[in-house]
Every structure is written in structure tokens, then in C-alpha cells.
Design a protein around this ligand. Structure first.
Ligand code: GLU
Length: 438
């Protein structure tokens, strides 16, 4: 380790070298995030003195989540809630249930929430949570018990003005209803604003379920106009056909685009003339995956990356577009519906190949934007119409995208770096105005 000539070694260690779990010595999501954040430093002017703030989470909680299984035994699961930054407001971000969830992944996801919330200028910091569990192997009762115990455990750091969870991979309105109820029962009063993405009858917002996909579609159309791509005739390939990919595909198809390929955890399907998206959505709702859909050809999973298309929408998990497949992608534009789907090396390859990447931190910000509307509605107990929500969502996304596009032109940087520049400036300006205390 390098030591400073002016500081004692212990001071040097605590102020300049990252704790081991924060170091980018792996290719995982936290390493990806650190590389992305390093790229903005030259553009931050005097605010760069605060950049270190963004390279470590403010707070990370690891919890043990024991539950009684249906067979009577007790099983323990590992849960996390990470608050990356709260300079601009309470922590905000989803909770995912997945067998591969790790602390480092949740840290990266929480950091991307800080960037995303600042990029669309909603008054939140960034947070994220997760449980390392495969929820598909749990019964409904076990799912409820794991959700409630996890909520109780993280109850010491969440709250309507502290940190507000929401759905993410494998969590939904029902999980949010249990989280809201558990927190409320422990508090002794109903606190609808503790989570967003709730059922509409429990203080949820109209339009929230579709918001992320709608945001993907909105920024996709804005960007397409800039590069002369006609979405009404575009061919689309989508990875992940859940709440984000499914809705985005539906909106693009309604605009006239052809959804030619879809890949999910169960399989990869292709139809040159365009898949019937409504039928496919019904099939996935029934079967749980695109596998077995009759009106399409089956492709090998790897062949997905070679599909001729104009727009590729990765809307599943992190680290999908890598140096190994980025050279094969045929699209003119990639819209990141998922968080962190592209590795930094792949980002550079796509850039060199002149493929426009709409980064997650702006492209999938529609979900948290309507989460913000939900939170505001809960506080005021006054609810807006779906048209009003959608109109406000489109306005926020368009404005944010226009700002980021301009910064990218001004500095001749990628849209990802431009989004990070806009967001980091907002966060670090707030950080500086607040000052160090205590
Ligand atoms: N999980 C979503 C995301 O990654 C939404 C988070 C929220 O609404 O707080 O943006």
C-alpha cells in the first residue's frame, strides 16, 4: 500500500485506500460501477474533491433472515440493504430476491440508484436491497415469511423519510404489500409511504407497474429520432420479458415496430415477421417463460446476440453484454432496461462500432420516477389519474434525456458518461452545500 509522506500510515489507510470489499479487483457489478464513476472525474471541476464519497456506500446492512419452512425446519437466508448516498434525499431503490444476490452486487445496484435518481432529478438518494434466495423454490407462505422477517430486520434503517424500498427482480406488488404491512405493524400505524410499487388499493400509483417499460420506450423514441431511426419500422430484440422487457416490447410493437427476438431464462425465440407480443405476454403469464411459444422459431441462447435487429433491449440481469458478444451485436441502438447489463469493455466496443447505448441510469429510470409520484401521492393522500401520471413521466424522461444528450454532445462523451456527469454534479453539489457534519 502507498503511504503519504505527510500523514501517519493509519490515517492514510482510512482516508485513501478502499476497504477490501469496495475494491474493483473483480469484474463484478461493483467493479463496473467504479470504472464508470472514474470516467467522470475530469468533468467535475472543483466538485471532484468529493468524488470519493461516491466510491463507498454510506451504509450497508447485512441481515440474517431465518424462516420456518413448510416442512417444519428452519432455514437461514442472507439479506442486505445498502444506502449508497443520501445527499439529495432519502435512500430509494428496489429489493431483489435472487439466488445469486451478493453484497457487492447490491452495493453496485444502490450506487446506480443514486446516479439514476439524480439523473432524472427526483429528490432521492440511492439504496438497494436483496435476499440471496431463489423465490421460485418457495411456497407462497414461505415467500410471505421471508419478506416479513427481512422487512423487520431492515426496519431499523428504512422508513418513509429514510429509505423507501420498491420492487425489483422477482419482487412485486404483493411483496410490497407485505413489506408495508410488516413495517406498519411494527410502527403501530399504517405507513403507506414506506415502500412504492404497492397495489393500487393500498396507496400504490396508477401506471407504476408499466412505468419502467414506458420509460424505456420514451427515451428509446427520443434517441431514435436523434439518429434517424424510424421506430415504426424498427426490428427489436429483447432479453428479459418481465415487467420491463415485456412492457417495452408491447409499447414498441404498438408503435409499429417488429419484435423479432425474445430471450428469457427459459429460452430464446425468433420470428422474422415479428412476434405477436400480446399472445407472447399471455403465454408468459400462463407458463412463466417464453419457452414453448408456438408461433416462433427456437434459437440457441448464444444465437440471440447475432440476431439482425435495429434496437436491442437487455432487460434481464447485469453483465450480459460482454467483450465476448459485443462485437456480434447487429443493432444500431442498445436500450438498457436492466441495471448494469453492459460491462465497461463491452461499452467501449459498442462505442467504437458506433452503436448508441442508452444507459440504464437514464433508460430504466421510469420506474423510480413513478415511484416518486407514488410517494408524493401517499404523503398528500391525493391520487392522480393514469393519464396524468403517464404525461408527467414522459415529461420527466424527455427533459432528463435532452439534458444528457446535450452534455454528451458538448463533451463528446458517451451517454453513460454524460448521465454520470449530470448526476454526479447534482449529488456532489448537494454534498458540498451540506458540508461535513459531525
Ligand atoms: N427497482 C427499480 C429500479 O431499479 C425501481 C426502484 C424504485 O422504484 O425505487 O430502478
Amino acid at each position: 500500500m502507498q503511504t503519504s509522506p505527510t500523514l501517519p500510515a493509519n490515517v492514510q489507510a482510512s482516508s485513501h485506500s478502499l476497504p477490501s470489499y469496495l475494491q474493483a479487483d473483480n469484474l463484478g457489478p461493483w467493479g463496473t460501477y467504479l470504472q464508470q464513476v472514474d470516467r467522470v472525474e475530469p468533468y467535475l471541476g472543483h466538485l471532484s474533491r468529493w468524488l470519493e464519497t461516491l466510491k463507498r456506500p454510506k451504509r450497508a446492512l447485512i441481515v440474517d433472515v431465518p424462516i420456518q419452512l413448510d416442512n417444519g425446519t428452519v432455514a437461514h437466508f442472507e439479506g442486505y440493504r445498502v444506502q449508497h448516498n443520501t445527499s439529495r434525499g432519502p435512500g430509494k431503490g428496489g429489493v431483489r430476491f435472487h439466488q445469486d444476490v451478493t453484497l457487492s452486487e447490491v452495493m453496485a445496484l444502490s450506487a446506480w440508484m443514486s446516479i439514476k435518481n439524480a439523473a432524472v432529478n427526483v429528490p432521492f438518494g440511492g439504496a438497494k436491497g436483496g435476499i440471496r434466495v431463489n423465490p421460485k423454490l418457495l411456497s407462497m407462505g414461505e415467500l410471505e415469511r421471508i419478506t416479513r422477517r427481512y422487512t423487520s430486520e431492515i426496519g431499523i434503517i428504512i422508513g418513509p423519510t429514510k429509505d423507501i424500498p420498491a420492487p425489483d427482480v422477482n419482487t412485486n406488488e404483493q411483496v410490497m404489500a407485505w413489506m408495508m404491512d410488516t413495517y406498519s405493524m411494527n410502527e403501530g400505524s399504517t405507513a403507506t409511504g414506506v415502500v412504492t410499487g404497492k397495489p393500487v388499493d393500498l396507496g400504490g400509483s396508477l401506471g407504476r407497474r408499466e412505468a419502467t417499460g414506458r420509460g424505456v420506450f420514451t427515451v428509446g423514441c427520443e434517441a431514435a429520432a436523434h439518429i434517424g431511426l424510424d421506430v415504426t419500422t424498427a426490428r427489436i430484440a429483447v432479453q428479459g420479458f418481465g415487467n420491463v422487457g415485456g412492457i417495452a416490447a408491447k409499447l414498441f410493437a404498438q408503435a409499429g415496430a417488429r419484435v423479432v427476438a425474445v430471450q428469457d431464462h427459459g429460452g430464446t425465440i425468433f420470428r422474422e415477421a415479428g412476434l405477436d407480443v400480446d399472445r407472447l405476454l399471455a403465454h408468459v403469464a400462463r407458463v412463466g417463460s417464453v419457452a414453448g411459444f408456438e408461433h416462433a422459431e427456437v434459437l440457441s441462447p448464444d444465437a440471440f446476440w447475432d440476431v439482425p435487429c435495429d434496437i436491442l433491449i437487455p432487460a434481464a440481469l447485469e453483465g450480459q453484454i460482454t467483450a465476448a458478444n459485443a462485437g456480434r451485436i447487429q443493432a444500431r441502438m442498445v436500450i438498457e432496461g436492466a441495471n448494469g447489463p453492459t460491462t465497461p469493455q463491452a461499452d467501449d466496443i459498442l462505442n467504437e462500432r458506433n452503436i448508441l447505448v442508452l444507459p440504464d441510469v437514464i433508460a430504466n429510470a421510469g420506474g423510480v420516477t413513478v415511484s416518486y409520484f407514488e410517494w408524493v401521492q401517499d404523503f398528500s393522500s391525493f391520487f392522480w389519474s393514469e393519464d396524468e401520471i403517464n404525461a408527467r413521466l414522459v415529461r420527466v424522461m424527455r427533459e432528463a434525456f435532452a439534458g444528457v444528450w446535450q452534455v454528451a454532445q458538448d463533451h463528446k462523451v458517451s451517454l453513460r458518461t454524460a448521465t454520470f456527469i449530470v448526476a454526479c454534479k447534482r449529488i456532489l453539489h448537494a454534498r458540498e452545500m451540506r458540508g461535513l457534519y459531525p
